[in-house]
Design a protein around this ligand. Structure first.
Ligand code: 2P0
Length: 325
């Protein structure tokens, strides 16, 4: 028996960031987070369940994953599907991103979100977006936010089971049409400390973590409101403060690590002086500069003047799409 499904899902950039878990097995976060699904930056994942297979095989951008890598992400997700389906049927997963792996953009969120949609289609399970976001979250936390388009809200939840830690859309992709994300690829080097290890180190050691969690609780309604009202000044300010807050916690962690470099600091200074854009950085050196279409050229001219490796311009995009032949 062979069952196939294929889907695409967007990458996302967090405005309110996920940095710290209360449960590592289920990827239950310490705080709720908010992200933007990115237009044109996506993963395409095909899954083939075959009763003749005796193990899962995962290929990402042409490279087969080793046992540990596959168990930590895709196999965890496939095990949940096998449980729901009620049969031990293994799969071949082939995932590609439309952006170069070397660009330093995270591919796991998009890849896993596409995998859950592809598997749901292959096994004909008709699970809801909410259910799929929970399964994606177990694969990789931020993947749950790639199960919707537009502006995504990942509810941290309070239950140990994780059933109330899921993601939903708060505003659709066409809500704030002139918002753009200009991604400056600063370095294509793989980061030394993974997000998974980094956030655990922060949970174990950062004395600032408690303040950050209070800051997030207090300002999440303000972030949502700034999007609702398209209040760019407030939205830019909060975006930068949430990025700063995460990187402050990271710097405060021990053993110490830090993702930002001199060029990033130069970008931060320039954006703050410019006043019509926001920077936000994930666990890496690449800058996401959120601004409005009418200011994009000024930002692009600045980025060209400091010689970044590559620039990608995106906007708020749609959610996953299941592909049919
Ligand atoms: C985020 N990041 O909210 C934050 C900002 C990185 C910095 O979510 O262990 O790959 O698989 O749940 O989702 C990256 O962490 O971690 C991340 P796991 P994940 O986008």
């Amino acid at each position: 028996m062979i069952l196939e499904g294929e889907a695409i899902a967007p990458s996302n950039i967090a405005i309110v960031k996920y940095w710290g878990k209360r449960n590592s097995e289920l990827n239950l976060p310490l705080n709720s987070s908010i992200s933007i699904s990115l237009d044109g930056i996506y993963a395409k994942t095909k899954v083939v369940f075959d009763s003749n297979f005796n193990e899962d095989k995962i290929i990402i951008n042409g490279k087969e994953l080793g046992i540990k890598e596959k168990q930590d992400y895709a196999t965890k997700v496939l095990n949940i599907f096998r449980n729901i389906y009620g049969k031990k049927i293994y799969a071949l997963v082939n995932s590609t991103t439309n952006f170069p792996e070397s660009s330093g953009l995270a591919s796991s969120a998009a890849g896993i979100a596409a995998l859950v949609y592809a598997a749901n289609s292959a096994l004909n399970l008709n699970l809801t977006q909410k259910d799929l976001s929970i399964i994606a979250r177990i694969g990789s936390g931020s993947a749950c936010r790639s199960t919707v388009g537009g502006f995504a809200f990942w509810e941290k939840g309070v239950k140990d089971s994780g059933e109330d830690s899921f993601c939903y859309q708060i505003f659709p992709e066409n809500y704030w049409e002139d918002l753009v994300d200009i991604i400056a690829i600063i370095s294509t080097q793989k980061k030394k400390i993974s997000s998974r290890l980094g956030m655990q180190t922060s949970v174990n050691s950062s004395t600032l973590m408690k303040c950050r969690l209070e800051f997030i609780e207090r300002t999440i309604p303000e972030v949502i409101n700034s999007i609702k009202e398209k209040n760019e000044k407030k939205f830019f300010e909060l975006t930068m403060r949430h990025s700063n807050s995460m990187h402050a916690v990271i710097l405060d962690s021990w053993p110490s690590f830090f993702y930002l470099n001199d060029k990033d600091l130069e970008i931060m200074r320039w954006i703050q002086d410019y006043g019509k854009a926001a920077y936000t950085f994930d666990a890496g050196q690449n800058a996401h500069i959120i601004t409005l279409q009418q200011y994009a050229d000024v930002v692009l001219d600045f980025l060209k003047s400091i010689n970044v490796e590559k620039i990608i311009v995106s906007k708020v995009g749609h959610g996953p799409i299941v592909l049919h032949d």
